[in-house]
Design a protein around this ligand. Structure first.
Ligand code: URA
Length: 182
């Protein structure tokens, strides 16, 4: 309840997947379906992310990389913002990112974080760059030797289904994430 979203959400949405996983996806914030179920990425974006993860698993098998059965999935924000609108002043991200860092530090086997979308990428990298600039550039972050790989958000890709270039770039990014698990 460190920001106003704590007063309007149905429940907090913390994480899904295996905390012992080597791979983690960090999204932006719960949406309507996530708020109702208490789980991250269970709506349209989640179904798209599931397909991306399945493709990553196939690629991992093809190059002999061990891929987690249930990658860890969470968001920067733990509460659904009213109307899915983040606060203009960033006070929600400022309040909740402490929880995110604490949460990530507790994943003992973490090797790769896929930062899903602009908000996750900017938060994890401490940057204000556009996602188009952040993606395609893997970087080691803060604690241990964890590789952070920013990607375009599924909701963004779903609104641009016919933009082959965006989808091709995202698949290249996801392959880098798999290769980071070597
Ligand atoms: N669902 C989530 O849990 N996070 C997002 O960023 C989008 C949809």
């Amino acid at each position: 309840r460190g920001c106003p979203h704590g007063e309007t959400r149905t429940q907090t949405v913390f994480a899904k997947g295996d905390p012992l996983s080597t791979l983690c996806f960090v999204g932006e914030a719960p949406g309507e379906e996530e708020d109702a179920q208490g789980l991250p990425f269970v709506g349209d974006s989640g179904r798209f992310l599931d397909r991306q993860i399945a493709a990553m698993r196939e690629y991992a098998t093809s190059i002999g990389v061990e891929f987690p059965a249930a990658p860890y999935v969470c968001n920067v924000l733990k509460c659904r913002p009213q109307g899915n609108k983040l606060l203009a002043d960033g006070a929600d991200i400022a309040a909740c990112s402490a929880h995110l860092w604490a949460q990530l530090r507790l994943l003992p086997n973490l090797q790769v974080i896929v930062a899903v979308g602009r908000v996750a990428a900017q938060t994890l990298l401490g940057s204000e760059e556009a996602i188009s600039k952040l993606r395609g550039v893997p970087s080691l972050i803060g604690f241990g030797a964890v590789l952070c790989i920013p990607i375009y958000h599924p909701a963004y890709l779903l609104r641009r289904r016919n933009n082959k270039a965006l989808h091709t770039k995202t698949w290249a990014d996801l392959k880098l994430a798999v290769e980071g698990l070597r």
